[in-house]
Write a protein that binds this ligand. Structure first.
Ligand code: C2E
Ligand code: CA
Ligand code: CA
Length: 279
């Protein structure tokens, strides 16, 4: 009885209750937002040292009627926990593919790839592969221009299932980038087995690249690893010319970050091509 009393007390803890309420409200808001078209995709350029813009990463935003732009860091975890990430994820994929179709019409942008973040629950959903296939057919987007960004924890959660899904999508032409690389617990033997195209150096290693010797050696190790596994490598969170130069000297020649442009509407990205000629 005493134990039950404690549980009851804990259940009515006002802070917990407030959290539960906030979460429930956010969840309801997400559901309404999806119905009312409150989501949009921002795009951030991915730059190659010689080739200029080679593509972009799609980053979802929630235009809330009262709160304004809400960060995905706040609502993606709630969308994951509630399962809403599945319909939201389909919307993201469809919108990204429609953007690819638009870029394909312009010779200046036709070669761009688009990287789309996929979260664990979305990737594991029983219909995920079919949904990707459906969206590609429906939009007519070129699968060779579509890249999925997956995290280490997601990939290693069920390696056999992961490889099966990746191989099926790869056969359609899709590419895969390993997001936030270095922050998880990748086993190198698994890394070799996964059909990846690219490693993405996490921004936490780029931030103090010039002042922290550990970060510099981690970045160097990731570049070496990518090269030896015959994978591409991109650095995210590049904010300064010094970081860019340092990455280039370590052998990483593809970058993404505020130095080259903040995430924004697709138009802004296309306009930046005209203004920027050298990187
Ligand atoms: P992420 O995939 O690691 O995305 C990179 C984050 O770094 C983005 O934050 C981007 O705006 C930010 N960023 C870009 N350049 C710089 C820079 O130079 N300096 C710094 N400090 N930050 C930079 P954002 O857009 O707020 O997204 C946060 C996270 O939310 C993403 O991290 C990703 O995990 C998740 N997310 C965003 N869009 C989607 C989506 O469409 N689907 C899913 N499943 N998750 C998404
Ligand atoms: Ca990402
Ligand atoms: Ca990342």
């Amino acid at each position: 009885a005493k134990g039950a009393g404690r549980n009851t007390l804990r259940f009515f803890d006002p802070r917990t209750q407030a959290n539960v309420t906030a979460r429930t409200l956010l969840e309801a808001g997400l559901r309404d937002g999806l119905r009312d078209g409150q989501f949009l995709l921002y795009y951030q350029a991915q730059i190659h040292q010689q080739r200029g813009i080679v593509g972009a990463e799609a980053l979802v935003r929630w235009q809330h009627p009262q709160r304004g732009l809400v960060s995905p860091a706040e609502f993606i975890p709630v969308a994951e926990a509630s399962g809403l990430i599945v319909p939201l994820g389909v919307w993201i994929l469809r919108t990204a593919c429609l953007q690819l179709v638009e870029w394909a019409r312009d010779p200046q942008t036709a070669h761009w790839t688009l990287a789309v973040n996929v979260s664990a629950r979305q990737f594991r959903h029983s219909h995920f592969v079919d949904e990707v296939l459906g969206v590609l057919e429906e939009t007519g987007a070129n699968p060779h221009r579509l890249k999925l960004e997956l995290t280490e924890t997601l990939l290693l959660d069920d390696v056999e299932d992961t490889i099966l899904r990746m191989d099926t999508l790869r056969a359609l032409g899709l590419g895969f980038s390993l997001d936030d690389f270095g922050t998880g617990y990748s086993s190198l033997s698994y890394l070799k087995r996964l059909p990846l195209d690219q490693l993405k150096i996490d921004q936490s290693f780029v931030r103090d690249l010039l002042t922290d010797a550990n970060d510099a050696s981690i970045a160097r190790t990731i570049v070496t690893l990518a090269h030896s596994l015959d994978l591409g490598v991109i650095a995210e969170g590049v904010e300064t010319q010094e970081q860019r130069d340092m990455l280039a000297s370590l052998g990483c020649h593809t970058w993404q970050g505020y130095l080259f442009g903040r995430p924004g509407p697709a138009d802004a990205l296309v306009q930046s091509v005209a203004s920027a000629t050298t990187w």
